[in-house]
Ligand binder design. Structure first.
Ligand SMILES: [Zn+2]
Ligand SMILES: [Zn+2]
Length: 335
């Protein structure tokens, strides 16, 4: 057999290399092969008239993916909760802040989903993006409930439930039934923080680690490693949206709402992109190990220690109580 012209071989290899690069950057078919969904142009933040708002806004991203947003009238943190349905199982991430009436709302969506899909029920697992009080407040309401598996938010329970043998680096595959999620650890904001990637929609749930607002960093070293881990993981993935658990940014670049705000007119959008991870990495690298507060266009790096936490709590309480005093006529107060 005649040997191939070495230049031809090199040329072919070069073309193959180009093709593999193109695969990473130009996913086909059109639509990137992920199931689409719709995000609202603006979320209900709560207020200015608190008597008018329900405690949770329920948004249907698509028929098997729901986003719940707690009203600022109920708690100033206004967290986002995520409810995903697979063929075998549903998964709720987080249970709200303050004293939320959350189980009733979630179980109602689960019942309606079941009805819509012609089934009697579906088992629900309740887990958390991380273990902070504004994400676990409704936990008690899901414990001991029939057909509900409750995962405690503490790090040991998180590692055990998801089946990590190498936390936080390992990527654990979780199948909800025709819906595979990739889960890995992203400590730094809080030690039990996890990221969840939904292969079906290409949505990446980033918890309190990345969102349009103040990224409170408790452990800079772990946080830096987690940003790298998120960048590496998403390198060959389609990322439709990066969705975190709060919005604290206004839609004016670099401008945040005051800590403790109840009503947030003209909020930033919830969704971020993979580009924000790079912007974050870039900003962290430029700090050269000296973490400091830095405002980026859509989010703020906000290192905290015990002292700053207590200052923040005081400041937050002042803003929140002054807004509560005027919550019945905030429209006037805002003008
Ligand atoms: Zn948090
Ligand atoms: Zn939070």
């Amino acid at each position: 057999m005649r040997s191939l012209n070495p230049w031809l071989v090199r040329g072919l290899m070069f073309l193959l290399m180009l093709a593999s690069l193109a695969m990473a950057y130009v996913p086909e078919p059109n639509g990137a092969g992920v199931r689409p969904g719709v995000l609202p142009d603006a979320w209900i933040t709560g207020g200015p008239k608190c008597m008018e708002s329900t405690e949770f806004q329920i948004h249907e991203y698509n028929p098997d993916f729901y986003i719940l947003r707690q009203s600022g009238c109920s708690h100033y943190e206004k967290p986002f909760l995520y409810l995903l349905f697979g063929a075998e199982e549903a998964l709720l991430i987080d249970t709200g802040a303050g004293k939320p009436d959350v189980a009733r709302v979630v179980l109602d969506v689960v019942a309606k989903w079941s009805e819509r899909n012609g089934r009697e029920s579906i088992p629900l697992t309740v887990a958390h993006s991380h273990n902070h009080s504004d994400h676990v407040a409704g936990d008690g309401q899901f414990q001991g409930v029939e057909n509900v598996t409750f995962v405690p938010p503490q790090i040991d329970a998180v590692i055990e439930h998801w089946g990590f043998t190498n936390w936080p680096d390992e990527v654990v595959e979780v199948d909800l039934g025709d819906r595979v999620l990739d889960v890995f650890g992203i400590p730094g904001h809080q030690q039990a923080s996890i990221a969840i990637y939904d292969r079906q929609t290409g949505v990446f749930l980033s918890g309190d680690t990345v969102y349009p607002g103040r990224l409170y960093i408790n452990d800079p070293e772990a946080f830096t490693a987690s940003v790298d881990r998120m960048i590496n993981f998403t390198e060959d993935k389609v990322v439709a949206h990066i969705l975190g658990c709060h919005i604290e940014q206004t839609n004016t670049p670099y401008l945040e709402f005051p800590i403790g705000s109840i009503f947030q007119p003209a909020e930033h959008r919830l969704e971020l992109t993979r580009g924000h991870l790079y912007e974050l990495k870039d900003a962290i690298e430029s700090m050269d190990g000296e973490f400091k507060r830095v405002a980026l266009r859509d989010l703020t790096i906000y290192p905290v220690g015990p002292e700053i936490w207590s200052q923040l709590r005081t400041r937050r309480a002042e803003v929140e109580s002054s807004q509560r005093e005027t919550q019945w006529n905030q429209m006037e107060a805002q003008q």
